[in-house]
Design a protein around this ligand. Structure first.
Ligand SMILES: [Zn+2]
Length: 142
């Protein structure tokens, strides 16, 4: 069982991730609206624009996926089971939760699942939510 201050720390991390994701989602939405307005406009940069657009959309999908995981974790936190591994029922280390706030597996189960989850959870290395730096997602938010 986590102490109250540990739970508060995890909650803080999850809420920060949530706010950042919501912001990215908003910018992707704005972009797609602008994009639709500009369709048909004669532009030499069209292929580049398409590329940016699909990148934004990929980010948006990823953001929705992560947002779902964050919400799930907030429920687990509320129910006091955030540090219970979904795979084996053992405890997930607090440090692990802090580093990967959306994880629901202990390190052992995670390693067993590696090949299944690696593709979905870390599409481009250094996912922005790890460690709170927000480099990748944050950088696309302009
Ligand atoms: Zn486990």
């Amino acid at each position: 069982m986590l102490s109250n201050s540990e739970k508060e720390q995890i909650r803080g991390v999850l809420e920060a991730v949530r706010r950042r994701l919501a912001k990215v989602g908003q910018s992707a939405l704005n972009y797609s609206m602008n994009h639709e307005r500009n369709i048909g406009r004669d532009s030499i940069d069209e292929s580049m624009e398409e590329e940016i657009f699909s990148t934004e959309m990929r980010l948006h999908d990823r953001e929705k996926y992560l947002l779902g995981k964050v919400d799930k974790q907030l429920v687990r936190l509320r129910d006091d089971v955030i540090d219970v591994c979904e795979g084996c029922g053992e405890r997930i280390a607090f440090k692990r939760l802090l580093a990967r706030p959306v994880t629901t597996l202990c390190i052992d189960c995670k390693e067993q699942n590696e090949h299944e989850e690696a593709a979905v959870e870390q599409p481009g290395q250094g996912a922005g939510y790890e460690g709170g730096g927000g480099s990748e997602i944050g950088a696309a938010d302009e």
